[in-house]
Design a protein around this ligand. Structure first.
Ligand code: PSU
Ligand code: MN
Length: 310
């Protein structure tokens, strides 16, 4: 059976010559941001990758096919909530393909597809992680942990993000990543960035000062040491919101999610939208800016890695 992957001409050509390519996730388009911000963000990310000298490859599931290098009309189709695109984690891919559906790909699905496609670098806004536990609930032992974490641990990709989303339990997410053996690299920072918040309070042991420094660590991790884990490159958000402002909005959002009984895949999109509303759009502005910044840094790292590997 052949892999149901369809490449854009530009992406196929770039991969064929070992050129720099950056995969972009699209759950942020299909679920993470409302129109018109979602398509706008996708176009801004693609442009940022190009400015760095790399080729953008938006990844999506469209009509039962995995597209690597989705076109603007294809992204517009995904950005239309009326078409009810699914949210694809890595485990959903086979079933969604069999059903012939459309889906935005989360970090976990994008990591799995990038590995399959031979793309080493990908950009997102914030990764999923360990959700906060409701202190009012009895401990059930069934914590909500994003599939992003386990998938990054088994995919040889560098995920460029502004850290785990601020709606999460950041210290617990950092601990989970340590257990999974995923290296954390600060990009000119020694503190774990907190998505759109300006601080997390979680220290980072390792940092790099530029894209060449990041590429050196990636080559040591994968080429020299033969490690199979992905690497998280953590880029501070360019236009952050004060931590206290985010925290107040997150607590209110968590309360609303609890009242409405929001569960499963709907939790993250619900919380992001509630925080955007509670901050009068301020959090969304920060989200859009960091998405573009991460795509640009990912492009620089892809260029450096492709040059170093010759
Ligand atoms: N970054 C953003 N907005 C998003 C996401 C990332 O700025 O919506 C998406 C990513 O696709 C990530 C997903 O994988 O949110 C996490 O969802 P969950 O917590 O349900 O695993
Ligand atoms: Mn979850």
């Amino acid at each position: 059976m052949k892999t149901p992957l369809r490449y854009s001409d530009e992406v196929r050509e770039a991969l064929g010559r070992g050129g720099p390519v950056v995969a972009l996730e699209t759950s942020v388009v299909a679920q993470g941001l409302p129109p018109p911000h979602n398509l706008d963000a996708a176009m801004r990310c693609a442009a940022a990758v190009r400015r760095s000298g790399a080729v953008p490859a938006a990844v999506a599931v469209l009509g039962g096919e995995i597209v690597v290098g989705a076109s603007e009309p294809e992204l517009a189709r995904l950005a239309d909530p009326g078409r009810r695109p699914a949210k694809a984690g890595a485990r959903d891919l086979a079933a969604l393909l069999a059903a012939g559906l459309d889906a935005g790909t989360t970090v976990s699905a994008t990591a799995a597809i990038a590995t399959r496609a031979g793309i080493a670098i990908f950009a997102t806004g914030g990764i999923g992680g360990v959700h906060r536990v409701d202190p009012a609930e009895p401990p059930s032992g069934a914590a909500d942990v994003s599939a992003d974490l386990a998938e990054i641990a088994r995919a040889r990709v560098c995920v460029v993000s502004a850290g785990p989303k601020a709606i999460l339990d950041l210290p617990a997410t950092a601990e989970a990543l340590e257990t999974l053996g995923v290296p954390l690299l600060g990009f000119r920072t020694s503190e774990l960035p907190a998505f759109y918040a300006d601080a997390s309070g979680v220290a980072l042991e390792h940092r790099v000062e530029d894209a060449a420094g990041a590429a050196r660590v990636l080559r040591l991790q994968w080429d020299a040491l033969g490690r199979g884990e992905g690497v998280l490159l953590l880029v501070p958000p360019p236009d952050p919101v004060p931590r206290e402002v985010v925290e107040t909005a997150v607590l209110a959002a968590l309360g609303q999610a609890r009242e409405r009984g929001v569960r499963g895949k709907a939790v993250t999109p619900f919380l992001l939208e509630a925080v955007a509303r509670a901050t009068h759009g301020r959090a969304r502005e920060a989200n859009l800016a960091l998405l573009e910044r991460n795509a640009g840094v990912a492009g620089e790292v892809a260029v450096a890695l492709s040059a170093a590997r010759g």
